[in-house]
Write a protein that binds this ligand. Structure first.
Ligand code: ATP
Ligand code: MG
Ligand code: MG
Length: 551
C-alpha cells in the first residue's frame, strides 16, 4: 500500500535505488536571489527537503546566483530566513553557485578544446533568427567553424574584458537541426560587465542558466535535480552538459508541475511589480503569498506544510483553490489558540440594572474544544461594547440577536433584554439599553428558559482600542486575473479594510509579534509584526471562521 501513496518522484527514486543507478539521495533547493520566496517555492523546498528526509539522504541549500543583473544580498538573507521558518534544515550544506565560477570556466574551456563550443559574434537578434522555428531547422552561425585555438584565445579575451556586453558569446556546438530548439547551439557564456554581489569585479563573463545549473548539481553530487515543468525541454541539454563536461555520477533531472493558486498573485515577477508599483506595502504585505507575507498574515509553517501535502505532486498543471490554504490554517489554529472577545464595529451596551461602578471577573474558558488551554478572568460591568450589527431596531425574520424586547445571552456572562436605545441627530443608534437577569449567570446551571442568540462583548472601561485589518483576495478572479483590454491586473478594490476603532478585551499587552488568536465569531487574527505596539495594537485577520471549502 505504501507504493500506492507514493508520488511519481518517489516512485522514480525507488526505481533508481533498486536498479543501482544511485545508492543514496541528495536533493537541493536552488533559488535565484532575485526576489522573495512565495508559496510556490515552499512546495519545492518542502518537496526536496522531504525527499532527503524520507530517503535518509542530504538536502543542499544553494543560491543559484549566476546572473548579477537582478541579484541582491537582501534577497539572500530573506530567502534563508524563510526556509528556516518553514523548517527545512540544510545543516552545514549551504552553497553558492558563484563559488563554482572557476570550475564553470574550466568546463567551458574543456568544451572548446573538445570542439564542443565556439565563440560567436552574432548579435542576440541574429542568434534568434538563425535558430529557426519548430517547423524549420536552424542555420549554422558563420562563426561555427572557428578553430579550437581561435576559440580559446577569444574566450580568454572575453574573460579579460576585451569585449562589450553582447559583442561575443560562447555557444555550445550541438546541432542546429535538432527538433529541440534548446539544442541548437545554445549560448552558454555571455559578457556582462557588471559587479556580482559575491565575486565583485572578478568576472565580466557569466554562465547561462542551462549551462551553470547542471554543473552546480554535478559538483555537489546531487542525485535528483527536481525542477518545474518548463524545464522538461531543457533536460536533453542538461544531460549533454553533464556528459560533455565529463562528470561522473550524473544527476538526474525530474520535472513536476508548478503550484498555482486561485485569486492570488504567484510568480516573483508579478509580486515584484505589485511591490514596485506601490500597490502593496512591500514584499510582506499580508495580501501577498510570499512566505514573508504569509508569516506576517499569521499563517504557520504547519499550515503551509499541510497545504502542500494536500496539493500533492504531479506532472499535470492545475490551480489550487485559495480556500484550501485557508482551510489548513483554520485546522492548525482551531484547537491551539485561545478564543478571545473583540468587537470590530463597536456600539455601547448599557445594563441599566447592573450596579454602577461595580466589576466582576468572570471565568471564561479559553477554548471550549480544548480544555487544556484553561480559563481566564474577564471583567464584566455595566457598560460594554457589542458589535453594531448585533442590534437592530427593526429586525428581519430569523434575527435572533438584540432588538427592542428581545433577550440574548452575553457570551460567558448573563442574559440581557433590550429595553431601549438612543439615536444621534443623524439617526444612528449610539447606545443600546438592556436589563440583565442575575439568575442567568453562565456556569450557574440556569435552564429555566432559553434564548436563541448569543453575542460577544467587551467591558468598556477595560477594553483596549485596537486597529484591525481585514483582507480579501488581491485580484478578482470572477472578473479574470488580468484586464482583457490592457492586460493590467484586475485588482479587488476591497482587498484591504482598516478598522481603527475596534475594542479587544484586556490582556493583549503581553502579546508579541505573530501571536495569533481566535476572536469569537469573527475569525483568526494575529499581531502585525510591522505596525503593532503594546499600547497601539494592530491585528491582521488571517482568515474568517467559516469556510466554503469542503474536503
Ligand atoms: P518565479 O517563476 O516565481 O519567478 P523561479 O522559478 O524563477 O520563480 P527560482 O528562484 O529560480 O524562482 O526558483 C527556485 C526553485 O523553486 C526552482 O526549482 C523552481 O522550479 C521552484 N519553483 C518556483 N516557482 C514554483 C512554483 N510555483 N511551484 C513549485 N516550485 C516552484
Ligand atoms: Mg528561475
Ligand atoms: Mg523567475
Amino acid at each position: 500500500n505504501d507504493v500506492v501513496s507514493k508520488n511519481f518522484i518517489e516512485q522514480e527514486i525507488d526505481k533508481d535505488l533498486a536498479e543501482g543507478v544511485y545508492d543514496h539521495v541528495c536533493t537541493r533547493f536552488p533559488p535565484e536571489p532575485n526576489g522573495y520566496l512565495h508559496i510556490g517555492h515552499a512546495k519545492s523546498i518542502l518537496l526536496n527537503y522531504g525527499l532527503a528526509g524520507k530517503y535518509h539522504g542530504t538536502f543542499n541549500m544553494r543560491f543559484d546566483d549566476t546572473n548579477p543583473t537582478k541579484e541582491k544580498v537582501e534577497f539572500v538573507d530573506s530567502i534563508m530566513e524563510d526556509i528556516r521558518w518553514l523548517g527545512a534544515d540544510w545543516e552545514d550544506r549551504l552553497y553558492f553557485a558563484s563559488d563554482y565560477f572557476d570550475q564553470m570556466y574550466e568546463c567551458a574551456v574543456r568544451l572548446i578544446q573538445k570542439g564542443r563550443a565556439y565563440v560567436c559574434d552574432l548579435s542576440a537578434e541574429e542568434i534568434r533568427a538563425y535558430r529557426g522555428t519548430l517547423t524549420e531547422a536552424g542555420k549554422d552561425s558563420p562563426y561555427r567553424e572557428r578553430t579550437v585555438e581561435e576559440n580559446l584565445r577569444l574566450f580568454e579575451e572575453m574573460r579579460q574584458g576585451a569585449y562589450q556586453d553582447g559583442e561575443k558569446v560562447l555557444r555550445a556546438k550541438i546541432d542546429m537541426a535538432s527538433p529541440n530548439i534548446n539544442m541548437r547551439d545554445p549560448v552558454i557564456y555571455r559578457v556582462a560587465r557588471m559587479s556580482h554581489h559575491r565575486t565583485g569585479d572578478k568576472w565580466c563573463i557569466y554562465p547561462m542558466y542551462d549551462f551553470a545549473h547542471p554543473i552546480e548539481d554535478a559538483i555537489e553530487g546531487i542525485t535528483h535535480s527536481i525542477c518545474t515543468l518548463e524545464f522538461e525541454d531543457h533536460r536533453p541539454l542538461y544531460d549533454w552538459v553533464v556528459r560533455e563536461c565529463g562528470f561522473e555520477n550524473p544527476p538526474r533531472q525530474i520535472e513536476f508541475a508548478k503550484l498555482y493558486l486561485t485569486n492570488v498573485v504567484t510568480g516573483k515577477r508579478y509580486i515584484k511589480k505589485l511591490v514596485e508599483d506601490g500597490i502593496v506595502d512591500g514584499w510582506d504585505d499580508p495580501r501577498l503569498v510570499s512566505i514573508a507575507a504569509l508569516r506576517r498574515r499569521g499563517f504557520t509553517p504547519e499550515s503551509i506544510k499541510m497545504f502542500i501535502d494536500m496539493c500533492g505532486v504531479s506532472k499535470a498543471q492545475s490551480s489550487v483553490d485559495y480556500a484550501m490554504l485557508e482551510y489548513c490554517i483554520r485546522e492548525d489554529l482551531k484547537m491551539k489558540k485561545a478564543r478571545m472577545m473583540a468587537v470590530l464595529h463597536p456600539i455601547k451596551l448599557i445594563i441599566d440594572n447592573y450596579p454602577e461602578g461595580e466589576t466582576e471577573y468572570l471565568d471564561v474558558p479559553n477554548n471550549l474544544e480544548n480544555e487544556a488551554l484553561g480559563t481566564r478572568k474577564v471583567p464584566f460591568c455595566r457598560e460594554l461594547y457589542i458589535e453594531r450589527d448585533d442590534f437592530m431596531e427593526e429586525p428581519p425574520k430569523k434575527y435572533f440577536r438584540l432588538f427592542p424586547g428581545n433577550e440574548v445571552r452575553l457570551m460567558s456572562a448573563y442574559f440581557v433584554t433590550c429595553e431601549s436605545f438612543v439615536k444621534d441627530e443623524a439617526g444612528n443608534v449610539t447606545e443600546v439599553h438592556c436589563t440583565y437577569d442575575p439568575e442567568t449567570k453562565s456556569g450557574s446551571g440556569f435552564n429555566a428558559r432559553k434564548v436563541k442568540g448569543t453575542i460577544h462583548w467587551v467591558a468598556a472601561p477595560y477594553a483596549q482600542k485596537a486597529e484591525v485589518r481585514l483582507y480579501e483576495n488581491l485580484v478578482d478572479e470572477e472578473k479574470g486575473v488580468y484586464n482583457k483590454e490592457d492586460g493590467s491586473l484586475n485588482l479587488n478594490p476591497n482587498s484591504l479594510t482598516i478598522l481603527k476603532d475596534c475594542f479587544v478585551e484586556p490582556g493583549f499587552e503581553k502579546a508579541e509579534a505573530y501571536d495569533s488568536f481566535q476572536f469569537v465569531r469573527t475569525g483568526f487574527f494575529c499581531i502585525d509584526a510591522k505596525d503593532s505596539a503594546p499600547d497601539a495594537l494592530v491585528f491582521n485577520r488571517i482568515v474568517s471562521l467559516k469556510s466554503s471549502f469542503k474536503l
